[in-house]
Each structure stands twice: as C-alpha cells, then as structure tokens.
Design a protein around this ligand. Structure first.
Ligand code: FAD
Ligand code: PHB
Length: 388
C-alpha cells in the first residue's frame, strides 16, 4: 500500500490531521490499534477553545458541534465562602465550548468514512522504518492478522503518550521534561442536568473539585484524589457527598444522578523535543502531556496538527521544506505556554497538605478574582492564545 501521509493513531490529532489534509487534496491512511467502538467511547476532554472550534468548522466537521455544543462565556472560581464568575468575552473577547472529545472523534470518523477515505482499525504490531529516508514505511498486521506494509512520503506519529512513534527518535537527539504531580483526578460522567450554567473550579482544603458538563442532561465531575487511590473505595454515595462537600456554597445544591462512567487519571506534565525527526512528525499526546486543570490537552493536539497540515502541504504539494523545518519550534512554543498555564492552574487549585502553600493559593485566588488584569491573563490562556 502507498500513501502520502501515514498517520498512526485515530485520536483527535490523527483524525483531524487526516481531515485537514484531505481538504487540501493530500492522501493519507490512518492506522489505529483499537476498535472504532472503543475510540468513540473513550471519555476524555470536554472543553474546546474558540480556535479549536474554528479549525473544526473550517475542516467541515463543525455542523453538529454548532448544533449541540454549549458555548461558555466564563468559569466560576471558588474557594470556601466565595464563588466568582470570570466573564471571558468581557476580559479577552473570546469564549470556549463544551463538546466532548468523544463527539469530536465520532464526527471526524463519520466524515472520513463517508468520504470513502481509509481508517484501519484493530491493527497490531505497528512498527516504523526508514524514517531518515524520503520513503519511510509502517508495517503492521491488519484486523484479519495479515501482515501489511504502508509506504509513505511522511509518517505522522499521532499515537498518544504510549504509542510507538516517540521512541523512534534517537536518544542522543531527544530531550524530555517531566513533572509528576502528587495527585490524580477521579472523574465521573452522570445522567443528570448540570447544577451550574458555567464550569466550577473549586479550591477546598480537602482537595480540588470541578463541575463540568457534556450536554443539558449529562454532567461531568472531578475530585482530586491520591494517585494510588482505588476506584473500589469510592461508592456512588461517597463520590456525591464529597463533591457536594468540596463545592458547597450557600443556597446552592448539587443535583445527583446515575453514574455512567468513572475513572482515575494521574496528573503529569511531559514535553519531548524535537517534534520531528527526518520524515517523522509527532503531534498531540505523542509529544506532550498536560494535567487537565487548564483544559488544554485536546486543544494542543488540534493546534499541533493545524500547524503540521500547513507544513506537510507545503512539503508534499509544492516541494518546499521551510514550514516542515520550523514545525517543531513553532509547535513547542505553544506547548510550553500551555504547559505553564496548566501547571499554574494545577498549582493554584490542588491541596498539597502544606498550610503555607494553602495560604499562597488563597491569596492567588483572591487576586485572580479581584484584579481585572490577573483575570484577563487567566481568560486569555484558558480560551486559547492565537495559533502563531
Ligand atoms: P490520543 O487521544 O491518545 O490518541 C492516540 C491514538 O493512537 C489512540 O486512539 C490510540 O489507541 C492510538 N495508538 C496508540 N498506540 C498505537 C499503535 N501502536 N498503533 C496504532 N495506533 C495506536 N484532556 C483534557 O483537556 N481534559 C480531560 O478531562 C482529559 N481527560 C483525559 C483522560 C485520560 C484517561 C487521558 C489519557 C487523557 C485525558 N485528557 C484530557 C487529555 C486529552 O484527552 C488528550 O490530550 C487528547 O486525547 C490528545 O489527543 P491525541 O490524538 O494526541 O492522543
Ligand atoms: C471536562 O469537561 O472533562 C473538563 C473540563 C475542564 C477541565 C478538564 C476537564 O479543566
């Protein structure tokens, strides 16, 4: 098999790259080791920056997003006794949208298959070869177990944190930065109308809590827990009462409902550079991870492939390598801004057990909720800085 761009991974990065390339007439094949049902059901991120919405709309996959997505004009920042709304349009002229990553993935898979373009699900043994030549190859076994070879001009490693692409960078050329945080998030999805109009980010001495949503009838909520916490220790009652306790506010009541999904996710910052080696280009979680407190993971993946698509179009349609050569530097500047913002939000909102730190956090929260310039900085980063 031959294609121009071999894309490894059918997450948001790989699927959107394929869609953006198709709009420009560039051929690609998407290779995914999981099943279609699995990738469409994996509950992850839920907040899209304005720029992400614009890119999806421009790629022709914004129709359902505009119909069903919920525009959010701010967030509430809370600490005991205070719940302050930050008005994003007033602070920075932009908004964000609540629309689940699962829905983005469904829309992208639907568009690609409807256009007769290829996604190979349930492959195994993915291996990359000859990346330093201009004829790289990907070998794998297809869903029937038959060995396949995909010859490409370029390979896009969009295979997430655990995929095989990043390890192909020679160790001597690769630099990584890691920060493991001493906490995790217990996340639930529940069939109950959100108890709030905007997301609530709540600081509490017993740990952070977040109220998010997926639709007018589905809520998404998170609790800070220890990284070694076990899901079995959390009954439905315990989860709901801890959420109510940490988000308590006078005159406000958290509505409860059946929990349909639950998971515990450890929190980590990770950056790997460069994001390109020879004819291999990395995008999304394959190159970097942020803790979810800034709602940046999915948006960074979208920003990476937007820049990468331009670079590959220049390279493959016009034979010009300039943007491919600057891809890694361009993408990493945005990655580090989002890494800083995500670390900052995480540091401001999570209980560490250190009382000195707690006082600094409360001081920072009072500052962000009272100073328009501090609030503007949060709003600008949360809604997403311009692509370049
Ligand atoms: P992924 O979505 O990870 O996609 C990579 C794809 O590559 C996957 O489909 C994988 O199956 C496939 N793949 C892997 N190995 C191979 C192989 N060998 N061959 C073929 N295919 C392969 N962000 C937020 O902002 N908010 C959240 O609440 C949030 N929650 C998260 C919860 C979890 C459990 C995780 C892991 C991430 C979460 N994130 C969250 C981050 C966000 O979801 C990611 O940043 C986003 O999914 C990145 O998209 P991606 O396409 O780069 O990677
Ligand atoms: C979510 O809805 O899953 C979500 C929202 C905001 C975050 C993280 C996750 O900061």
């Amino acid at each position: 098999m031959r294609t121009q761009v071999g894309i490894i991974g059918a997450g948001p990065a790989g699927l959107l790259l394929a869609q953006l390339l198709a709009v420009r007439g560039i051929d690609s094949v998407v290779l995914e080791n999981r099943s279609r049902d699995y990738v469409q059901a994996r509950i992850r991120a839920g907040i899209l920056e304005q720029g992400t919405v614009d890119v999806l709309t421009g790629a022709g996959v914004g129709e359902r997003l505009h119909r069903e997505g919920l525009r959010h004009d701010g967030i509430y920042l809370q600490y005991p006794g205070h719940r302050q709304h930050l008005d994003f349009p007033g602070l920075c002229g932009r908004s964000v949208w609540a629309y689940g990553q699962t829905e983005v993935v469904k829309d992208l898979i639907g568009a690609r298959l409807a256009a007769g373009q290829q996604i190979e699900f349930e492959i195994s043994g993915t291996a990359l070869h000859d990346l330093e030549t201009d004829r790289p190859r990907v070998t794998y076994a297809d869903s029937a177990g038959v060995q396949q070879v995909l010859e490409c001009d370029v390979v896009a490693g969009c295979d997430g944190f655990h995929g095989p692409s990043r390890p192909m960078l020679p160790a001597a050329l690769q630099q990584t930065w890691v920060r493991d945080y001493p906490f995790a998030w217990l996340g639930i999805l529940a069939d109950v109308a959100p108890s709030t109009d905007e997301l609530i980010y709540a600081w509490h001495p017993d740990g952070f809590a977040l109220h998010s949503m997926r639709s007018p009838s589905v809520s998404r909520l998170y609790l800070q827990v220890d990284p070694d916490e076990r899901l079995e220790s959390w009954s439905d009652d315990r989860i709901w009462s801890e959420l109510q306790h940490r988000m308590a506010f006078e005159g406000w009541q958290l509505q409860t409902g059946p929990i349909t999904d639950r998971s515990i996710t450890p929190m980590r910052s990770f950056v790997s550079a460069p994001m390109r080696h020879g004819r291999l280009f990395l995008a999304g979680d394959a190159a970097h991870i942020v803790p979810p407190t800034g709602a940046k993971g999915l948006n960074l993946a979208v920003a990476d492939v937007t820049v990468l698509c331009e670079a590959l179009t220049e390279l493959l349609a016009h034979g010009r390598a300039g943007l491919a050569d600057t891809y890694s530097g361009t993408a990493l500047r945005r990655v580090w801004r989002a890494t800083h913002f995500s670390w900052w939000m995480t540091s401001m909102l999570h209980a560490s057990g250190d009382d000195f730190e707690a006082q600094l956090q409360l001081s920072q929260l009072r500052y962000v909720t009272s100073s328009p310039s501090a609030a503007q900085s949060l709003a600008e980063n949360y809604t997403g800085l311009p692509l370049r």
